[in-house]
Structure formats: structure tokens, C-alpha cells
Design a protein. Sequence first.
Length: 255
Amino acid sequence: MRHPLVMGNWKLNGSKHMVNDLIAALRNELSSVVGCDVAIAPPVTYLDLAKHHLGGSRIALGAQNVDTHLSGAYTGEVSAEMLKDIGAKYIIIGHSERRTYHKESDALIAEKFAILKEAGLIPVLCIGESEAENEAGQTEAVCARQIDAVLNSLGAKAFENTVIAYEPIWAIGTGKSATPAQAQAVHKFIRDHIAKHDAAIAEQVIIQYGGSVNAANAAELFTQPDIDGALVGGASLKADAFAVIVKAAAEAKQG
Ligand code: PGA
């Protein structure tokens, strides 16, 4: 039985004040919730402060990016060892905003996947198609290509204890979530695609849905058998909305 994971991607939002207040509110809202793993990924500047405020809680620390190098002359970068050193656990890679604004390729993202595994960190590999690709019927081909970059270079076993976030680009930040049935169909495709290489690995990989998940639509998404939680952007900045999403996952996936 897969344990759901709901993770907040704060993106480029936050301040010391917000880290204090939002984490205090989340600790309060989520203190009695079991049955769903929870993580937050604040901007890198606030990771250490966030870790401090999360101390003693069940909320794990995540980060939004990592470099492919461990040290050296790479101005502005942050390494897997550094993220591990400050206590981060789940690291988002391949987010569509990085693929688009920073021209990150499938090959580079596969390298990031490898460096995180070597460091003992958990990659949260974001994949998903654009609106044009969706309309052209290329959703499965795009997801397969993005997964294959890792499968072909590292093998299916690399997906052991990892997370994939299916995030259709047209649903991110638009208020237009995929329907539960649409998302389920792609999640099943992703799991089946990995299962062609290794059925046991495919069965245990966490596949989150992301893209305009909110307090109102989360519960229905989580009724789907292959949706194992969510990667939440906008709604993760509000403690009450994020808590509703976490509780919906815990409730839907119990037993
Ligand atoms: P959203 O973002 O929930 O604001 O759509 C999700 C994401 O980009 O991870």
C-alpha cells in the first residue's frame, strides 16, 4: 500500500515572517493527521529557518531545485550534499517552470535525479505536457519521453522510493485542474510505462498530481487509485487550504 504524499511548492514566495507564521499554522492544523506524508519546499534562502521551525513535527523539508555538481566553481548553485546537510528530504526537479525559464533538458534533469539518489535524497520528478501537446494528443508521448530520460540512463530500480509529479502545464496556476478521470488516466499510463521495466518498482512509486489543486477539488482527485497525493503551489501558501488537502489525502487513502 502506497502512503500518500502532499507537498507544498512555495515557488518564489516567502519571507522570514511568512516561514514563522505559515509553519506555526500548519503544525497546529496538522498535529493530529496520520496517514499522509507532508512536506513543504520553501525558497532555498529559508530552508534552514524552516527546518528549525519544523523541528519535532511530522512535516518534512523539501527544496525546489538542485545542481548536478557537488562543489566547485558553479556560482549561484546549491548541491545535493548541502540540501542533505540542512535536513531537506524531498527535492523537486524538472518543474515545468525550470524546464521553460531555465531551458532544463530531460538529460540534465536525469542527471539531477542521479545526484539526488546518490546523496540519499528523494527526487520529486515533475513531468507533464503543455496545452498544445495536450490538444495534439501527445500527452502520453511527452510523459513517456520525460520518464525515459531517467529509465534509460539509470534503469527502473532508480525509481525505488521516489516521487513523480504529473503536472500538466496547462493546469499549473491557472485554476483549471485536470479532472480526476483525466489525471487518473495519465497516472495509470505512467505506472504502466514503468511496469514494463519493473512491476514491483512501478507499484511502489508515488505519483502525485499537480496543477491547481485546492481545498475544493482535492478530495475527488484522491479517490482515484493511481493518484498518490499532490504537489501544491498556490494553495500551499494558505495553511487552512493546505491542511484541507492533506486531510483529504489521509482520508481517501486510509486502510
Ligand atoms: P499550482 O502549482 O498548485 O499553483 O497550480 C503547482 C505546481 O506548479 O507545483
